[in-house]
Ligand binder design. Structure first.
Ligand code: NAP
Length: 336
């Protein structure tokens, strides 16, 4: 395992963190809690000490599962629990809500579900255009001063939004989407590197595409978000699968590695990336972790990966479809 420092967190983080979205039981088909708990234990056994979760993942369910798994295992002081704040389920739709009031409500619920009295990293899940960034940042700062959280992070923020946030509260980390196919966050990652802000890259496996386990005939469960993911629809799906096949051959021929290992290593080796999040709810699916360390992607390999993409993906598309809704303007919290 490789390790990295995140500002305001006293222990070093493993550079691969476990993502727990699917453990929430919503948006990814059936999930088994005991299997999820075994996955968390397996991640810890393999040297992963950073677990990323959020109240939005199954409306608290993923946090409950993480809380159970970590309580069973003990050793809280050796773990980095990263959770988030600022989203709300209303029926089947998720909305952004990063008001001071909401943040103060959510923190205690997250601490209870996670069975702990402090969070290592508390991240604002999405910017909320109805709330001044300064209000959100000031609330996060208050929680840090109260000792309920150690470090403050944001997710899905632009550079301009992070600049504003940082004028009010110390920013330890940012969490953008980043993988071989989705690179729009490069300006954010570069800004973070220049300003000493750690980055946690999410969807490094591109929602499973970069595992090599998705095929033209793969069927997704009724509620699986990949049913509406534009990458998984024709005509783009065939283009991305063609890229996957070429990348798989490249990983094997050039490095003797799997596509999944290439995808994780690629993200780890991009400048400014501190931690990559690997989402799974099956312990055996972390086995390729062994393949990730002890080698690096060089410039020629980066160029070849880019060439494969330009030759296969004619209509690239990003992860924008996942952005949560903004509440009606009538709910604007303050005039700014
Ligand atoms: P991901 O890591 O790109 O991909 C997860 C998918 O890959 C799942 O379908 C998983 O299957 C599959 N997978 C993992 N290892 C595999 C293996 N060895 N063989 C075959 N399939 C494998 O997507 P993600 O989970 O959405 O993203 C990672 C984490 O980032 C999330 O869990 C969450 O913590 C965080 N995230 C944050 C945001 C944000 O807005 N801040 C947004 C998205 C994600 P199984 O689950 O069935 O094992």
């Amino acid at each position: 395992m490789e390790h990295v420092s995140i500002p305001d967190i006293p222990i070093k983080a493993s550079r691969v963190g476990l993502g727990t979205w699917a453990m929430g039981g919503v948006s990814w088909g059936h999930t088994d809690d005991d299997e999820s708990i075994r996955t968390i234990h397996s991640a810890l056994d393999r040297g992963i000490n950073l677990i990323d979760t959020a109240p939005a993942y199954g409306d608290g369910h993923a946090e409950e599962v993480v809380g159970r798994a970590l309580a069973e295992r003990g050793g809280r002081e050796r773990l980095i629990i990263a959770t988030k704040v600022g989203l709300e389920w209303r029926g089947n739709t998720i909305f952004r809500i990063a008001t001071r009031e909401r943040i103060f409500e959510e923190i205690d619920a997250s601490l209870r579900r996670l069975q702990t009295d402090y969070l290592d990293l508390y991240q604002v899940h999405w910017p909320d255009p109805l709330v001044p960034i300064e209000e959100t940042a000031a609330a996060m700062l208050e929680l840090k001063q109260q000792g309920k959280i150690r470090a403050i992070g944001v997710s899905n923020y632009s550079v301009e939004e992070m600049e504003r946030f940082r004028c009010v509260a110390p920013l330890a980390s940012a969490q953008p989407p980043y993988n071989i196919f989705e690179r729009t966050a490069e300006d954010i990652i570069a800004w973070c590197e220049a300003h000493g802000v750690a980055t946690l890259a999410y969807e490094v496996l591109c929602r499973g595409l970069l595992t090599g386990q998705i095929h033209p005939d793969t069927r997704f469960a009724e509620d699986d978000l990949r049913r509406t993911d534009p990458k998984f629809q024709p005509p783009r799906f065939a283009q991305y699968l063609a890229a996957v096949q070429r990348l798989e051959e490249f990983a094997r021929n050039r490095y003797g590695k799997s596509l999944l290992a290439l995808a994780v290593r690629w993200a780890l080796d991009q400048p400014g990336v501190s931690v990559v999040l690997w989402g799974t709810r099956h312990p055996n699916r972390l086995e390729p972790l062994n393949e990730v360390f002890g080698w690096r992607i060089d410039a020629a390999a980066n160029a070849q990966i880019d060439r494969i993409l330009s030759e296969t993906v004619r209509d690239p598309v990003g992860p924008e479809f996942m952005a949560p809704s903004v509440r009606p303007a009538t709910e604007a919290h303050a005039i700014f």
